[in-house]
Design a protein around this ligand. Structure first.
Ligand SMILES: [Zn+2]
Length: 156
């Protein structure tokens, strides 16, 4: 099987696979699941990752359910990253970060935990350079403050 054939056949393995009714990100979109939303428009939403790698770690998703980037049309993929870029500027400014990562995992082998397309926007600092990233816990107050600061930057 060559690369183009693999692309056509959508063979990404995803055991967390769930329909929109059971999908936690779809529930965030429909407000059935609480989250700290920092940006929303007609087709995209961004909210804080509940288990962040750093304070301000945000997820950007299309509202329409799809498991991987291959479930999206190319114009939507471009739009998703435009929204992620806009969100990244607010995240970096709000958190006083020195840089940021975009991470976009597809399939269980890539550590995709929720089977709904998302882009991680992870703010990083110079002192984190070369360190391995681990999920961290922050207080409710820290998370609320980060979400508020990011919203303020997006609105400005
Ligand atoms: Zn979903």
């Amino acid at each position: 099987m060559d690369a183009s054939e693999r692309g056509m056949r959508k063979i990404v393995f995803s055991s967390p696979s769930a329909g929109p009714e059971q999908c936690v990100f779809c529930m965030i979109v429909s407000r059935k699941e609480p989250s700290r939303i920092v940006y929303e428009d007609e087709r995209y939403i961004a909210f804080l990752d509940a288990f962040p790698f750093s304070l301000g770690h945000t997820l950007v998703c299309p509202k329409a359910h799809g498991e991987t980037i291959w479930d999206m049309g190319e114009p939507e993929i471009a739009e998703l990253f435009q929204v992620a870029s806009k969100v990244s500027k607010a995240v970096v400014a709000a958190m006083g970060a020195d840089g940021f990562r975009f991470v976009q995992n597809n399939g269980e082998a890539a550590n995709q935990v929720v089977a709904h397309v998302h882009v991680h926007v992870i703010p990083v600092r110079m002192e984190d350079r070369g360190k391995s990233a681990d999920r961290r816990r922050f207080s409710v107050e820290e998370m609320e403050k980060a979400a508020k600061a990011i919203r303020t930057e997006i609105d400005s």
